[in-house]
Write a protein that binds this ligand. Structure first.
Ligand SMILES: Nc1nc2c(c(=O)[nH]1)N[C@H]1C(S)=C(S)[C@@H](COP(=O)(O)O)O[C@H]1N2
Ligand SMILES: [Mo]
Length: 526
């Protein structure tokens, strides 16, 4: 097993100085020594003895001198050894091999696949983001999916938060920078430049470029597909995302006494403003429980900024019935301890019957990361409307913040449609997982499908790069919950396989919305 090259800011400086000299770009002048050897042959071809052996005659006539060189079988064997794809271990302990093994060594000798894409240099995107010189939000994944460039594009392209475009930031921190140069970084490290000279992202294009993937027709794959909407995440599978907190400011305590002194104020245009501690709120209104999913608006194709859990808390319906907001109210302004705040359109898009002032997840007090002691849950909205460490709620009349019609989602710059709505991901293994001893044995891949406020209509699975599909219909789907699916498959033989998942949701007008990209999940059966 190879140790992954790790890029952590600051540690490479010394090594870099030495390597820089060796890796200095070649000057684009012709070597004079070489130039003298350049000849034009009788066909007008310029080159250094093109087609001819050094002592005259064609290579064919001098075939004997090649007899000692490797035979084709030797080359295949040598390639298998020299260009064998690397294997890594992720933070969950899974072994994964992002590049399929192929007999000719094509993927590494020609595509240079092990040296391309974010994760060929970075242990994880979370790591890269936390190592930046500048401030960045913090993320943690509860499931063994890997963040990809798509997650970055969620915020850094058209997300509407005034974020810098990724094209500037990523080129700026890579191109010509010592760490990148020292690792022989080039355009090809991140991009796949196709025959139309279009720069595609390698991490998107790679699944169609790799050789060595076994295609299996739907009719032969005999996938056994099923789903439910009840599966819940364990508390250690909840993702964490914080837009404002510095790690040093993360709330870590869950001392029960905090709930006794934590005051929530509810005011604005209401008849009965309210100011109560969390403990008093629970005493006055009691609690309700419901199973809900929560999914971040930037969750990208194939990723897991999502969970489903049993949330327990005070019903917003009960609170609203008590405080009596004015009829003119359009919006609800929430504020929190860390300064994160959000204006949610009141009444129109949000069904307050479902909203909770959450105090417990899965029967446990809220973990500190999930906003202990109080978090607002707003089903059908993205997780951005779930306010952790809630301190106040204000009912306001502000036409500016009137409902804009459902949950938006960042636009995928390539497909021009919303990314991640609908979405799906495999949740029990990382992309590229190595499954030892799995040939001929039944394997279960499981994951979610979700589209925020829209019900899932169907999920399709392909093992032949999208030529044939197995369909799982999901009628009467509840959009406040995720759709948790299981695919059982028995791989006949060892090899690399690609599961494509295509998800469809139903839009408010009844038409289909198909995911902007299929989810690609590679697995290596050994
Ligand atoms: N107080 C507070 N609430 C917050 C945030 C935050 O930074 N601070 N981030 C929001 C965003 S963008 C997301 S995706 C979810 C993340 O939820 P989790 O960390 O509880 O899983 O919290 C939301 N609520
Ligand atoms: Mo988010």
């Amino acid at each position: 097993m190879h140790v992954k090259k790790k890029l952590i800011a600051g540690v490479m400086c010394l090594a870099v100085v030495g390597l820089m000299a060796a890796c200095a770009p070649q000057e684009l002048t012709t070597n004079p020594a070489k130039q003298s050897e350049i000849a034009t042959d009788e066909f007008g071809r310029i080159g250094n003895n093109i087609g001819y052996a050094e002592d005259g005659g064609t290579y064919l006539e001098n075939y004997a001198q090649y007899a000692d060189k490797l035979t084709y079988a030797d080359k295949v064997a040598k390639n298998a050894e020299q260009n064998a794809p690397e294997q890594y271990t992720d933070q969950f302990g899974f072994t994964y091999q992002p590049v399929p093994s192929d007999p000719k060594g094509w993927n590494n000798s020609y595509l240079d696949a092990d040296n391309r894409g974010c994760l060929s240099c970075h242990d994880s995107i979370e790591d890269a983001v936390m190592s930046l010189d500048t401030k960045h939000n913090a993320y943690a994944m509860g499931y063994p999916t890997q963040l990809t460039i798509a997650n970055c594009l969620g915020c850094h392209r058209n997300a509407g938060f005034g974020n810098t475009q990724l094209v500037e930031t990523l080129h700026g921190i890579h191109n010509g920078k010592s760490q990148f140069t020292a690792m022989n970084g080039s355009c090809d490290s991140c991009h796949y430049i196709d025959s139309n000279a279009k720069f595609n992202l390698w991490d998107y294009a790679k699944y169609d470029l790799y050789k060595g993937i076994t295609n299996v027709k739907a009719a032969d794959a005999k996938l056994n597909v099923s789903y439910d909407q009840d599966t819940i995440s364990n508390n250690d599978q909840l993702f964490f995302e914080s837009l404002n907190n510095e790690p040093s400011e993360w709330r870590t305590e869950t001392d029960p006494a905090v709930a006794d002194s934590w005051v929530l104020s509810i005011g604005g245009e209401v008849e009965n403003p309210l100011e109560m501690t969390v403990t008093e709120l629970v005493e006055k209104f009691g609690t309700k429980s419901s199973i809900q999913k929560q999914s971040c608006i930037e969750n990208a194709t194939g990723n897991a900024w999502i969970y489903q859990a049993e949330l327990t808390g005070v019903s917003m319906k009960d609170v609203i019935d008590y405080v009596k907001p004015a009829a003119s109210v359009t919006s609800l302004k929430a504020t929190s301890e860390d300064g994160y705040n959000m204006v949610a359109p009141a009444f129109t898009d949000v069904n307050y019957e479902d909203c909770l002032l959450v105090t417990e997840i899965n029967g446990q007090p809220l973990p500190a990361s999930q906003g202990y002691p109080l978090t607002l849950a707003v089903p059908r909205n993205s997780a951005a409307a779930y306010i952790k460490t809630l301190t106040s709620l204000n009912f306001v009349t502000d036409p500016k913040f009137e409902a804009k019609g459902g949950v938006g989602s960042p636009v995928d710059p390539d497909t021009k449609s919303m990314q991640g709505k609908p979405n799906s991901a495999v949740l029990n293994f990382p992309d590229g997982v190595v499954l030892d001893g799995q040939a001929g044995k039944e394997l279960t891949l499981e994951g979610f499908a979700d589209a925020y406020d829209e019900p899932i209509k169907k999920i399709e699975y392909s093992l032949d790069h999208g030529k044939t599909w197995t369909t799982l219909e999901t009628p009467s789907n509840d959009p406040t919950r995720w759709t948790y699916w299981r695919v059982k498959y028995t791989p006949g033989e060892a090899g690399a396989y690609l599961l494509k998942v295509r998800t469809t949701s139903t839009q408010p007008d009844g038409s289909d919305r198909i995911c902007s990209r299929d989810t690609n999940f590679l697995f290596n059966v050994k």
